[in-house]
Design a protein around this ligand. Structure first.
Ligand code: FES
Length: 190
């Protein structure tokens, strides 16, 4: 062992062949610097790209939330769904014939916030409105209250089957959002 150690060590030690190792080291170091620079550049590019994307995100997300499309093909008469639009609940009610008849029979001039049912729907069977009580912002319960429409239990506001305020402290009817029917079974809200 002692015989081989001195022969081996000088071959691998920097002191025994400084010139050769220096060249190798320079090459290795230079390659490393290229790699490191490349890595920094990649990170730098990533660092630049992310803020740009982040800056674009709010506009993109706001745009995405500005309108939503809802498939209403599976909502049977007498059923409702609640979707979220711009952070608010939106009720999509597939009204029954009776609900439509009751909504249309009301003399709108007598209402706290006079509106005919026709002014509130695009198709008689579909009532689409923001599910936020116009009093202080609670979410009313569906198919409840004295008029079998919506009832807000917070302070007792009763809405009819057209979402119009009929009794209680809410000052106005439930809001109708901007919407359109893309097809018979697809609606775009916003
Ligand atoms: S928040 Fe609905 S009645 Fe007050």
């Amino acid at each position: 062992m002692d015989d081989t150690l001195p022969q081996t060590l000088p071959q691998t030690s920097p002191q025994t062949s400084p010139q050769t190792m220096s060249d190798d080291s320079q090459t290795t170091r230079r390659d490393f610097l290229y790699l490191a620079t490349g890595a920094v550049a990649a990170v730098g590019a990533g660092g630049v790209a992310i803020p740009l994307i982040d800056q674009m995100n709010p506009a993109a997300s706001v745009k995405a939330l500005a309108s939503i499309e809802v498939d209403i093909s599976t909502i049977e008469a007498g059923q409702s769904v609640t979707v979220t639009w711009r952070g608010k609940p939106v009720f999509i009610r597939h009204r029954t014939k009776q609900e439509i008849a009751e909504a249309q029979a009301v003399v709108s001039a007598d209402l706290p916030d006079p509106q005919t049912d026709k002014e509130r729907v695009k198709k008689d069977e579909w009532l689409i409105m923001v599910g936020v009580c116009t009093h202080l912002g609670c979410v009313p319960l569906g198919q409840a209250g004295d008029f079998k429409g919506w009832f807000c239990p917070c302070h007792g506001s009763h809405y009819d089957t057209s979402g119009r305020i009929r009794r209680g402290p809410a000052p106005t009817n439930l809001e109708i959002p901007a919407y359109s029917f893309l097809t018979d079974t697809r609606v775009k809200i916003g």
